[in-house]
Design a protein around this ligand. Structure first.
Ligand code: MGD
Ligand code: MGD
Ligand code: SF4
Ligand code: MO
Length: 675
């Protein structure tokens, strides 16, 4: 029996962007493995993908194989199979009637992280731009606050330190990220390599596996990070560890934060954050001693005061001149807009006849329940019923018969249950595309390894076919994958054909490490790092970052943290039997002292509740969780849980102080024993 090997790339929303090897026997996929030649995966997929890519992602009994039309009430899960022709004709008719009334903006679409490959993740926007549709702003459910803060401060949020320069660093500070869950290979290989020559500081309320690896773990109460950052600045200044020359040449508004720095003594900071003063001093000493890297995680900016927190934490590399030099810098997300990709071309901005209409994910429920505002809803590449806030309200809104809902997915999810049409999407193993890591400066090929299962089609092909039914003539709506791949490679300055890239899998985007802001120029209005600026005020922020924090939870209340789960990718894989076995029953963790105080027994069923909803689950004690905090990772499938809900049933959808983004880590709950 002959075995063929195909190199491809994992396109999920994950820092690792693993190289993959697909083994095929007699034309069929026999195994999906990590690519031994890939810098990150080194021959092994993460535990969740090793199961899911060899499980549900190829399982015809679980995957959607043909278009479905609703045959019962919304949410009932009753559907009948229909042909592509029938489905596309009917959808096109609905769109025509809305467009005929000049109501393009009442066509809504939500999309996000199902696949982050360049074409399947972005090209469908062309179709919606052409219709004048309303886009539910994707980043508002994840990281918009962080992007906006870094853009206002440095002029660019998409370009951070190049991990290849880590050899020259003396210290890595990871603040509000948990690579042990969200970037497992970076945790295992890159971090342990770095630890041989540099110190590691982790700032996180949870003592997760990456924090366990750290030389210093600072464990603040959630939402107190701005005060902690100012405390570090206080010590750095006292010890003469600031880069005065860099500040003088490249920073605007430095003098305005001196009072904040002065008052944030280690003792003051310890009282607010719960971080030991001596440990804070040690951390400042390590960070300020030489070249240092700062990784600002996504968890850091899902706070009510996210904008203020991000700007305060970003003061650290600014104050110490850890910018523009190898082995120094900050990182939030090294994404493709910074790698030459013409986002306007990819998403078809020119197809719009006016400015784009957008709405925050935090306001989606309002938009769906307001009569006439939303008449058609497309959900593609995401699972809003599981991932979005206000779960109960959202499900009620999705159940409204007035909204014509089309859902694209690989699986029948908690969201597709509410759709009028469910369209089967092909998986990344079934078509060619490009993947750009958001950690490493690399470009990778996603290579077709098998025919699409059943009648499934790649996202972009579904929208090409729909455009044709609508009789739209714009060429950009029909550009082929091969043409797009070729022009994206040219835009990125990659001197390879797709065939040669495919044989290599992943290549560096540039041979030499990328050094942002090396020339001391920042693409801000002042050309400097904008610590204080009128642009902040225009964005609704104080002129300079405040040493402020959230109030501690009132007695009896707990702050609910719901970060990435090791076994899930957002809600993806929550339907894989083997993964569900590993996940077990839905559970939350609190500090052992809190277990005692509440009189809870290990594994007892309790109720978490607030004004948004209630969730019954098992409670466990863990000294990795600080007092006044409950840890309950995101991503469970509602329909697979006894509670028919996940953590987002407790999420009121509060917005951050900047960019209308998700403040999900600010949710408060009470805990009650079930009688
Ligand atoms: N409580 C809480 N909630 C959160 C968060 C949190 O920290 N706490 N985090 C938030 C964050 S960071 C994010 S990014 C969002 C993510 O939320 P979502 O973007 O909803 O991510 P998933 O839940 O993984 O849903 C992706 C869906 O796309 C499908 N899919 C995969 N590949 C394809 C494809 O090629 N085509 C199509 N059409 N579908 C495909 C998958 O099967 C899956 O159902 O969740 C947010 N929700
Ligand atoms: N296994 C797995 N991997 C994933 C995902 C997944 O769902 N599962 N999701 C992907 C996506 S969409 C994203 S956006 C990334 C997110 O990955 P990360 O950037 O690692 O972010 P999170 O997992 O949301 O949260 C990281 C940490 O932030 C901490 N945190 C919460 N509140 C605070 C606070 O107030 N201060 C500080 N300092 N820390 C705080 C949490 O305790 C948590 O340990 O992961 C991606 N990778
Ligand atoms: S999800 Fe992340 S860790 Fe898992 S295979 Fe994909 S890129 Fe690698
Ligand atoms: Mo995310």
């Amino acid at each position: 029996m002959t075995t063929t090997r195909i190199k491809t790339t994992c396109p999920r929303d994950c820092y690792d962007a693993c190289g993959i090897v697909v083994l095929k026997k007699e034309g069929r996929i026999s195994k999906v493995l990590g690519d031994p030649e890939h810098e990150r995966s080194r021959g092994a997929l993460c535990a969740k993908c090793a199961l899911a890519y060899n499980g549900v992602w190829q399982d015809p009994s679980v995957r959607l194989l043909e278009p479905l039309r609703r045959s019962g009430p919304k949410g009932s899960g009753q559907f009948v199979p229909v042909s592509w022709d029938e489905a596309l004709d009917d959808i096109a008719n609905h769109l025509q009637s809305v467009l005929g009334q000049g109501s393009g903006s009442s066509i809504f679409h939500t999309h996000y992280t199902g696949t982050c490959s360049l074409i399947a993740g972005n090209m469908p926007n062309r179709f919606f731009n052409r219709l004048g549709a309303t886009e539910v702003d994707p980043d508002t459910v994840c990281n918009k606050a962080g992007h906006e803060a870094l853009k206002l401060m440095f002029g660019n949020s998409f370009g951070g330190f190049d991990p290849r320069t880590a050899d020259e660093t003396q210290c890595l500070l990871i603040w509000g990220a948990n690579p042990s869950a969200s970037a497992p290979h970076i945790h295992k290989h890159w971090l342990s390599g770095l630890k041989k020559h540099a110190s590691l500081i982790v700032v996180d309320p949870i003592a997760h596996d990456t924090a366990q690896l750290a030389d210093i773990h600072l464990q603040p109460q959630p939402g107190t990070d701005a005060v902690l950052a100012y405390g570090l600045l206080h010590v750095l200044k006292e010890r003469g560890m600031l880069d005065e020359a860099f500040i003088a040449a490249s920073v605007q508004g430095w003098e305005q934060i001196q009072d904040e720095i002065r008052r944030c003594t280690p003792a003051h900071v310890a009282a607010i954050t719960g971080v030991d003063a001596a440990l804070l001093e040690r951390a400042a000493g390590l960070y300020g001693a030489g070249r240092s890297l700062l990784w600002m995680g996504q968890g850091l900016q899902r706070q009510p005061q996210a904008g203020n927190i991000m700007r305060a934490v970003a003061l650290l590399p600014t104050a110490t001149g850890n910018i523009g030099k190898s082995g120094s810098g900050f990182f939030f997300m090294n994404a493709f807009p910074d790698r030459g990709v013409d986002m306007d071309m990819l998403c078809g901005t020119a197809l719009r006849s006016g400015p784009i209409n957008t709405v925050s994910h935090m306001d989606l429920v309002e938009a769906l329940v307001e009569p006439e505002r939303c008449r058609v809803l497309f959900t593609w590449n995401n699972n809003i019923a599981a991932s979005n806030p206000r779960q109960t309200d959202l499900r009620q809104a999705l159940a409204r018969e007035e909204i014509f809902h089309v859902a694209l997915d690989l699986f029948h999810t908690d969201t597709t249950r509410y759709a009028d049409y469910v369209l089967p999407a092909a998986s990344f193993l079934e078509f060619d595309d490009l993947v750009v890591s958001y950690f490493d400066y690399t470009v990778s090929a996603q290579v077709k390894a098998a025919e699409p299962l059943g009648q499934s089609l790649p996202n972009q092909e579904i929208f090409r076919r729909l455009a044709l039914r609508l009789g739209l003539s714009d060429e950009a709506l029909y550009e082929s994958d091969a043409e797009l791949i070729a022009s994206l490679l040219v835009q990125m300055g990659v001197d390879e054909s797709f065939a040669s890239l495919s044989s290599k899998g992943t290549i560096p985007w540039r041979e030499t490490p990328v050094l942002h802001f090396q020339d001391g120029c920042f693409p801000t209005p002042s050309g400097k790092v904008q610590v204080a600026a009128s642009e902040w005020v225009a964005a609704g922020q104080p002129e300079f970052p405040q040493a402020s924090s959230d109030m501690p939870p009132a007695p009896g209340l707990y702050r609910l943290l719901s970060p990435a789960d090791v076994w899930l990718m957002n809600s993806s894989y929550g339907n894989d039997e083997r993964i569900r076995t590993r996940l077990g029953a839905q559970k939350a963790w609190i500090h052992p002292d809190e277990m005692l105080r509440n009189g809870f027994a290990e594994g007892q069923r309790i109720q978490l509740s607030n004004a948004s909803g209630a969730l019954v689950l098992d409670i466990h004690g863990s000294d990795r969780v600080p007092r006044q905090v409950v840890l309950l990772p995101k991503g469970r499938w509602l329909s697979h849980e006894a509670a028919n809900a996940n953590v987002n049933v407790l999420n009121p959808g509060e917005k951050t102080d900047l960019a209308e983004s998700s403040a999900v880590h600010g949710v408060l709950v009470r805990l009650d024993a079930l009688s």
